[in-house]
Design a protein around this ligand. Structure first.
Ligand code: AMP
Length: 194
């Protein structure tokens, strides 16, 4: 994929117990700002998502947050974002984030992060898009998911070619190479999603 304009990053609204994940989020934010890659994210100011957005902004980068009105208070809508799009609900949030992104990266996170990640994989499985997805296995955090995805293929509940729908990398430093190595998305597919 040649030109990465916007990267949607899914990550925790908590920081987790390992401070290394916060450092990874900040490092990814710095790299995005350096490269002029716009951040698309869930719009909160808390957890890894807040750390990531702060780092992009501190580096002079551009940040678009997409947050449902009902979560604006709970996840503390990031007022410093270049643009904060307030939407009507979770489905609209996920769709807007998808539409705005050229590619997706996943940092450590919880159930919301997992939901968002699996939706991008399942939409790809259905042929609804072909945007790259990179999972950052920071400190081995996503190893159980990697094992589960492999298990599902091995047990015949997903086609072997679904392995090509995502790439695991060990460090945020490898995200951009992984996106660049992915074939460019062939067509705008978002109008087919609804
Ligand atoms: P978490 O990984 O659980 O900390 O959540 C990360 C982000 O995903 C937060 O902004 C949550 O609001 C969001 N989220 C939580 N549940 C869902 C869901 N079912 N669908 C989409 N996003 C969600």
């Amino acid at each position: 994929m040649a030109d990465l304009g916007s990267l949607c990053v899914y990550c925790g609204s908590s920081t987790g117990v390992d401070p290394a994940h916060g450092e990874a989020a900040r490092r990814l934010g710095e790299l995005m700002a350096e490269r002029g890659v716009r951040l698309i994210f869930g719009g909160g100011r808390i957890g890894l998502m807040g750390a990531l957005a702060d780092a992009v902004l501190a580096g002079g980068g551009s940040v678009i947050g997409v947050i449902p009105g009902h979560l604006e208070e709970r996840e503390v809508g990031h007022r410093g974002a270049t643009e904060l799009i307030v939407v009507g609900g979770m489905h609209e949030r996920k769709r807007r984030m998808f539409e705005l992104a050229d590619a997706f990266a996943v940092l450590p996170g919880g159930l919301g992060t997992l939901d968002e990640t699996l939706e991008i994989i399942t939409w790809r499985q259905l042929g609804l898009h072909d945007k790259p997805l990179v999972l950052v296995d920071d400190g081995g955090y996503w190893a159980p998911l990697r094992g589960l995805l492999e298990h599902i293929v091995e047990r015949g509940f997903a086609r072997p070619d679904t392995r090509a729908f995502y790439t695991f990398v060990d460090s945020v430093d490898d995200v951009f190479d992984a996106v660049a190595a992915a074939p460019a998305p062939r067509r705008p597919a978002q109008e087919e999603l609804l």
